[in-house]
Design a protein around this ligand. Structure first.
Ligand SMILES: [Fe+2]
Ligand SMILES: [Fe+2]
Length: 407
């Protein structure tokens, strides 16, 4: 375990400074790796992703909503980040967890024709229009619990939606920059706080009685949730990745216009009391964003910068497609396993907000190693509910996170 010593040092420093009452925006905690689990790769990757997650978030201005916040808390957060050395670890963890997957995407696309690739991706999105998660929900009486988990896992990025991509807009790069700035203006609600996409998303979270605080649920995020967040932030925090960023934007805007429409219709059908403006807005505006990014930014810039720019854009699309797919599969597979266990009455549905980040976390392979010594009463799985018998957690797909509960 290459970073074990650094992780232990960070964990100790943080636990000395943050108690249960730490504001979610300034929470720097990561899970620790117990010595008996020091060879568990799944846990190791989860914790490294948590470190990266903390690295990237330090790049943004985060001011909590609570009235009594002091400048001391704000300064302490930034000082502690510095002392933990998060930024020193960033590039070495990226090399381990993020760049190899982007490398695979390059191998897949390096010989492909740019325009043919773009047209294939577009027809694939049209052909695979079915959203398997929504189909699963349609036939399930506990759909509300599974959908709550979808919102919770998505909150990792959507509560600061477009802050990552804003970093790709700053600079000086001609007419394409102004097109991306127009997209950004839409994402930020054309200067109106109520219309900002993250504000619209907050309203949907409220409809499911979820906290709207940035970072609030980090301790229930699956590894694929961290992966998706960190992949996006890795791309946008480095200008060297500009053409990969364009690939991300093309795929994200094009796939989002379809998935948001499905989510909008789903909410209207099954949860009409919940505000679905976030999804309605995207189903409409992302049609424009897709063509703006493709026709007014990516294609003209690829013509100007040539073959390497084309390859970077295609690799960005391919890596995004793969990361989105993994996130979607994880969500669906976790829901399916939970649902099978529910049939035998081995679960309780719901999210108990008293569960705390300081309880131990488990991955399925950890549980398989420690069934005998696990003395948790039950295990919370994301925002869905809890397993009455923690040993059932071994059946979940790799990368799922379970958090001990004492009730
Ligand atoms: Fe948006
Ligand atoms: Fe958009």
């Amino acid at each position: 375990m290459k970073f074990k010593k650094e992780i232990d040092t960070i964990s100790k420093l943080i636990s000395r400074h943050s108690g249960q009452t730490v504001l979610p925006e300034y929470d720097l905690r990561i899970d620790s790796i117990p010595s008996e689990q020091s060879d568990n790769i799944e846990l190791y990757h989860l914790v490294l992703h948590q470190v990266l997650f903390r690295c990237y978030q330090g790049r943004y201005v985060l001011l909590p909503k609570v009235q009594e916040t002091s400048m001391e808390e704000f300064n302490a957060y930034h000082d502690l980040r510095e002392r933990c050395g998060f930024s020193n670890l960033q590039s070495s963890i990226e090399k381990k967890l993020i760049t190899p997957e982007i490398g695979t995407a390059y191998e897949l696309v390096e010989r492909l024709s740019f325009l043919e690739f773009l047209s294939d991706v577009s027809s694939e999105l049209d052909m695979n229009a079915e959203n398997e998660f929504i189909t699963f929900l349609e036939n399930n009486e506990r759909r509300k619990d599974y959908y709550r988990n979808f919102l919770l896992q998505s909150s990792s990025d959507l509560l600061a939606e477009a802050s990552a991509s804003a970093l790709g807009v700053v600079g000086d790069y001609g007419p394409a920059q102004s097109v991306l700035f127009r997209v950004l203006i839409d994402e930020f609600g054309y200067g109106s706080f109520e219309k900002k996409h993250s504000s619209l998303f907050r309203s949907t979270l409220e409809g499911f009685h979820l906290s709207t605080n940035y970072n609030h649920y980090w301790y229930l995020f699956d590894i694929n949730t961290f992966k998706l967040h960190n992949f996006i932030h890795h791309l946008f925090q480095n200008p060297r990745n500009f053409f990969l960023q364009l690939g991300f934007l093309i795929y994200a805007e094009s796939s989002y216009q379809k998935s948001t429409k499905q989510n909008y219709l789903y909410l209207k059908r099954h949860h009409p009391e919940v505000d679905s403006t976030y999804f309605a807005e995207h189903a409409h505006i992302d049609i424009h964003h897709s063509s703006m990014v493709l026709d007014e930014v990516a294609i003209p810039l690829a013509e100007k910068f040539g073959r390497q720019a084309e390859i970077d854009i295609m690799a960005g699309i391919s890596a995004t497609q793969q990361t989105f797919k993994e996130f979607g599969n994880q969500l669906l597979n976790v829901s399916k396993v939970f649902n099978i266990l529910a049939d035998s009455g081995a679960v309780s549905y719901g999210l108990d907000e008293s569960i705390s980040a300081s309880e131990n976390c488990f991955t399925p392979s950890m549980m398989a190693q420690t069934i005998q010594s696990c003395n948790a009463c039950s295990l919370q799985v994301g925002g869905i509910g809890a397993l009455r018998d923690p040993s059932d957690f071994c059946q979940f797909p790799p990368g799922t996170l379970g958090r001990e509960t004492r009730q």
